[in-house]
Design a protein around this ligand. Sequence first.
Ligand code: SF4
Ligand code: MG
Length: 313
Amino acid sequence: DKPLVEIKNIKKYFKVQDNVLKAVNNVNLTIQKGETVGLVGESGCGKSTVGKTIIRLLEPTAGEVLFEGKNINRYNSKELKEMRKDAQIIFQDPYASLNPRMKVEDIVGEPLDIHHLAKGKQRKERVKELLELVGLRPEHANRFPHEFSGGQRQRIGIARALALNPKFIVCDEPISALDVSIQAQIVNLLKSLQEKMDLTYLFIAHDLSMVKYISDRILVMYLGNMVELSDSVSLTEEPLHPYTQALLSAVPIPDPTTKRERIVLDGDVPSPISPPSGCVFRTRCKMAMDICGSQVPEWKEVKPNHFTACHLY
Ligand code: SF4
Ligand code: MG
């Protein structure tokens, strides 16, 4: 089947004074219809930049994004507006992303206004329907964001993203700001909406704990680079890259009889303005060898459909 989204050699560089910050360095990814791809890495690894580039909230420095086979980087503003009906985003911070002066009715109904899809009674009905879809009540329509809990606010953000019946949603750390007890509720909601509405997700997070439950495949990024990609079972059970292994060792194991050594990552992520030569992970890698400082590891398919970039393989 033709993929819904194809990201081809995306690079995103920012000028910072006289330097170039390589936020994203050559990312390639294909997302099939109905699939959830998790995108994981520490803050500053470029994952949000990838998410925003996919729906053209950011322009890539190089490379292109195809949505339903069409190059969206060539779209004019009218075509782009049309595409926005199909490709939406949910943000991390439900506090910051909802206008505090707008009633829920207008927050959720705004996309309908922008695209002239519903007015008056019809709009009211549609908003009610959307609120019920995300587990809120119709009377919530007349309230303001501050009257809701964090989890409820994220539900409002989700209702807004669903207003136009999209095909694809970039979930940009939708649970990172929420209490652990609420995180599972939101993940379950997103899962059930996916089935009901035939949605495809890119699910961005900084750790693997929830991502492995919602994702079919997972891409791990480090300092703007892809380090590992596979189906979520092999990635979490047989991680290849030392960075993925370290990320996983930080995830609590539900069964305490299984032993897993905690791998502590020393030091901070280096600045993307002056990334290490060779392998970008080498300054924090316990397995680093001589070759890691001089040669960039190639992206390789080490096992069927399980890819990584590391000189160990
Ligand atoms: Fe570690 Fe070398 Fe592999 Fe990089 S290439 S992750 S430094 S072993
Ligand atoms: Mg981010």
